[in-house]
Design a protein around this ligand. Sequence first.
Ligand code: TYD
Ligand code: MG
Length: 464
Amino acid sequence: MKETTAFVCQSCAASYPKWAGQCRNCKGWNTLVEERAPRGGSKAARNIAVSATGSKAVALGEAMQDEAARHPTNMPEVDRVLGGGLVEGSVVLIGGEPGVGKSTLMLQLVAELTKGPRRRGGVLYASGEESAAQVAGRARRLGVAETDALRLVASGDLEDVEAAIAQHDPAVIAVDSVQTMRVADLESAAGSVAQLREVTSRLVTLAKQQARTMILIGHVTKDGSLAGPKVLEHLVDVVLAFDGQRSGGPRLLRTVKNRFGASGELAVMEMSREGLREVADPSSLFLSERPKDVPGSVVVSSADGVRPLLLEVQALVTPSAMPSPRRVATGIDPTRLSILAAVLGQRAGLSVRDRDVFVSVAGGASIEEPAADLAVACAIASSVVELSLPADMVVFGEIGLAGEVRAVPRCTPRLEEAAKLGFKRALIPKANVDRGEVPHGIRAHGVAHAREVAAWIERKSRDA
Ligand code: TYD
Ligand code: MG
């Protein structure tokens, strides 16, 4: 068989017959690398859709009977992010930058898994990054009890890992990391797109055919020199993103994709000397350093996941020296910020045309849902008029292009979470108030249009 070669972009996996300086798909420079396909094509790739049940058609009712077994991990926050524990035969990818704590999280997770009744041959921890002694050293620091239910294999050769799986029959396999694993019959280096795809699809096949649970670690680098887990996202069942600052502060584990549950779930952890600690009450953590009575600071009750979360949105509006003033967003979508700034100017009489606008979500958190719009608008308005919002007020609501404030889903649980933390007032969409979605203990003011915001802030600050 003739050997085929292709030039594959190492950041987006686009493939070209000829080399070029720039990838036409993702526009990255110098990202194309020549890769040889294995002789006869990838065996694993062809098997990927085959599951333990074979490929015969089954009735939906029958399929609904044998729902896959779930195993709780003893880490309640992680379980919630997973949608209620690890699903047998599933593949979970945990992506994050170096140093964020992926290896620590994985080791704690598998240590917890070995505490319950042993399933099959226990857990296999494959490390291509660290020696068995290094992993053991970390386990000692984390206070992991000695057990033979957890086996280590320190190798970057996938064949070694596969052999260990065949020998020890583990129910759960942890791989740290997919970028450091390689298969011998591919010529490209570990971490290249071809290796990543082959390594991952072979592990996925193993998981599906033998009903083993895989937890894979994937590195994400900012410069894109290594293929990020993006390439792998469609191969696996669950993708979790782990981020936070290396220097400290909360670490956030977020569900990016979940074939067995909701995405957008968030677990908050803190790194301590004894490893990662789950934060059961993240809202108070995120609000712990909030400055009181400062213009531009607004608390939003967000609900990207199932559990509502209170976060602080900060805005700073300053005169701009630039011909086109800056719109800088951290933790919210920059496009959304530009739109909101335009809507406030055009529809609410609050022009920021000649000013720089900086908006960020405190604590390194982020909000994806449009329900943050009203809070961002209030933070901007509050910074412009230099008046603070009442300290016991939460804000949420979606703003449309006409300046209308639209109802948001799950208003009541958002307000209940706020009430739990001592908030007494809320500025929310009028439609939510009209529907009777305000729980006891909260005084809600309904707004129907963004133009009410600036006027309302001014009046409220005068009364307060
Ligand atoms: P690590 O899990 O190795 O990160 P990753 O695998 O994502 O690269 O650990 C990240 C950092 O956490 C490391 O610099 C040391 C620190 N750390 C603690 O503060 N406490 C601990 O108990 C452990 C194990 C690590
Ligand atoms: Mg690591």
